[in-house]
Design a protein around this ligand. Structure first.
Ligand code: F6P
Length: 550
């Protein structure tokens, strides 16, 4: 029994039924499932918004899916979902509501936190962002010397970087190509150096993105950026106002830094960092793509929010994807999950999902404060196809690990490509379809022999297949489709956290490293004695000081 009175997840009848079903299914073969059901390729599909979802190449039967839905019902996934949408404080360890869905709510929606409707505030900030973005894009907003802004440098880390940086790449084709937009996150000075070395300070706007405005990497980089700017412009503090804006929940700290709070774009503690790029944290993106495209992206998020909120379990795509992950992670011992986009523009998408998924569900303590005794969040990884095919796909095809994967692709190439480059799209997508086919169905020894392969090579050239994949296919990559994709993964992560009974919205696991870094720094710089430093770290610090001639 859990401390909260619920039966332990792995002692529920629904969990036990799934474990038994897993045993009975044994080594179910995708080849057999398709042979037994010729309609599987069209039957095991769903549509949400513009996203066509094919889950036919999964090691599941109707019975598996039914049992997984029963687990979701037993763990009250939809109850928690409703509580989230209602604005209840489901982030219990931080006593906060979880309302990224309010960031894309329609203007006339009502979402209350502590009795106050937050939607008007959301739209007021969006309008303020739009006004500012338009002024920068039109050249009306000028820098300290009167020159128009041509460069935007976003300084933030984690959720204050990965979302806007990813979305900027995804939507490159929709950006104002006359603007240079860069993202600096790493406290390694090389990051800011490379981002600013060829920029004219007079034409550069720094967007300092930090929910707390206390994150050491961001404040350090912002301070260095301010020094660089004032140095380059040979100006005093008065130049800061035209070159620095802040995105934050912490007006006090923004003012302490010297940024006019009139140039601050607000968000709220009910927006988690990794769920925030559709809030004020998206300002750099909005400047790049313009307010209308940004709003189209929000519309895309809303399509999937509505689907998740209202679709029945049988056709609820985030529920399905979350449960499939549980099927592999908890009943097949899969340790990781690959996300493999067949779009160059999605090059940062999986890195973004790493924070979304792993910071949300990488936890061993349940909501009731007890350690779980079941697996929780997977390692999420992947890079765009077809590059991955020539690197690590070997291991997915013929390695010893089960790696479920999502393949994301688009029917149309991006419109601005030349006709010649557009013609390459069919080759890209041929790879996309070929890979999931090869992964699912493999190649039997007999098929290899039939090709005349000598016997000693038959085993090497055999593909066992049975590697599960989801295919996500859309007509084209638009701002709305990006919003739909992100919301799909947000809610998938939600479903898994709900089933595992963990708080997906805190991140205590990143704190210890931050505290230790603060303690160790004086040892590096001044050789200060750090009480309680372990033998290995002490020796490494001494070596570091020696190498630096200190
Ligand atoms: O890594 C921990 C974390 O708190 C993330 O959750 C967050 O996205 C990131 O740091 C940045 O935080 P902030 O926006 O407050 O600077």
């Amino acid at each position: 029994m859990n401390a909260d009175g619920r039966t332990r997840l792995n002692q529920t009848p629904e969990w036990t039924a799934l474990a038994k079903h897993r045993e009975e299914l044994g080594e179910v073969r995708l080849r057999e499932l398709f042979a037994a059901d010729p309609g599987r390729g069209t039957g095991y599909t769903l549509q949400v918004g513009d996203l066509h979802i094919d889950y036919s190449k999964h090691l599941v039967t109707d019975e598996t899916l039914r049992l997984l839905r029963e687990l979701a019902a037993a763990t009250d996934v939809f109850g928690l979902r409703n509580a989230m949408f209602r604005g209840e404080k489901i982030n219990t360890t931080e006593d906060r509501a979880v309302l990224h869905t309010a960031l894309r709510a329609a203007p006339d929606a009502v979402v209350e936190v502590d009795g106050e409707n937050v939607v008007p505030g959301v739209h007021a900030v969006l309008d303020k962002m739009a006004g500012f973005a338009d002024r920068v894009r039109s050249g009306e907003w000028t820098g300290h010397t009167g020159r128009r802004i041509r460069n935007v440098v976003n300084i933030g880390i984690g959720g204050s970087d990965l979302g806007p940086a990813m979305a900027y790449e995804v939507l490159r084709a929709y950006t104002d190509r006359d603007l240079t937009v860069r993202f600096v996150s790493n406290v390694d000075g090389a990051d800011l150096h490379e981002a600013t070395r060829d920029l004219d300070a007079a034409e550069t706007l720094f967007v300092i993105a930090s929910k707390t405005f206390t994150t050491i990497e961001t404040i350090t980089n912002a301070t260095s950026a301010r020094e660089w700017l004032l140095d380059e412009l040979k100006a005093g503090q008065e130049a800061v106002a035209k070159h620095f804006v802040a995105l934050s929940t912490n007006a006090g700290k923004v003012a302490d830094f010297g940024i006019d709070t009139a140039n601050m774009f607000e968000f709220w503690d009910w927006v988690g960092g990794r769920y925030s790029y559709d809030s004020a944290i998206g300002l750099s993106l909005m400047i790049a793509i313009g307010p209308d495209r940004f709003r189209e992206m929000l519309d895309g998020f809303r399509i999937v929010d509505e689907h998740f909120r209202t679709a029945p379990a049988e056709s609820n795509v985030p529920l399905l994807l979350g449960l499939l992950g549980i099927w592999y992670g908890n009943f097949h011992d899969a340790q990781s999950h690959a996300v493999l986009p067949y779009s160059h523009y999605l090059s940062k998408f999986t890195a973004y999902l790493q924070q979304l998924d792993m910071e949300s569900n990488g936890k061993y303590v349940g909501r009731d404060g007890r350690a779980v005794d079941w697996q929780t969040g997977p390692v999420v990884w992947g890079t765009p196809g077809t590059n991955g095919q020539h690197a690590y796909y070997q291991l997915i095809h013929q390695g010893t690990k089960l790696i479920p994967a999502d393949f994301i692709g688009f029917a149309e190439p991006v419109a601005e490509l030349s006709e010649g480059l557009k013609a390459q799209h069919d080759l890209l997508m041929a790879n996309f379809f070929a890979q999931t086919q090869a992964l699912a169905f493999g190649k039997t020894p007999d098929e290899v022999r039939a090709e005349g392969v000598p016997e000693e090579l038959v085993a090497h050239k055999t593909f066992l297949g049975n590697h599960p994949t989801t295919t996500i296919l859309a007509k084209e990559l638009t701002p709305s489709v990006l919003g739909q994709l992100v919301a799909l993964y947000e809610h998938k992560v939600f479903v898994q956290g709900a089933v595992w009974n963990i708080d997906s919205f805190d991140q205590w696991g990143v704190e210890l490293g931050k505290v230790l870094a603060k303690r160790v720094e004086p040892a590096l710089t001044e050789g200060a004695e750090v009480p309680g430093l372990d033998g290995s770290t002490r020796a490494l610090v001494a070596k570091y000081r020696e190498l630096r001639g200190r």
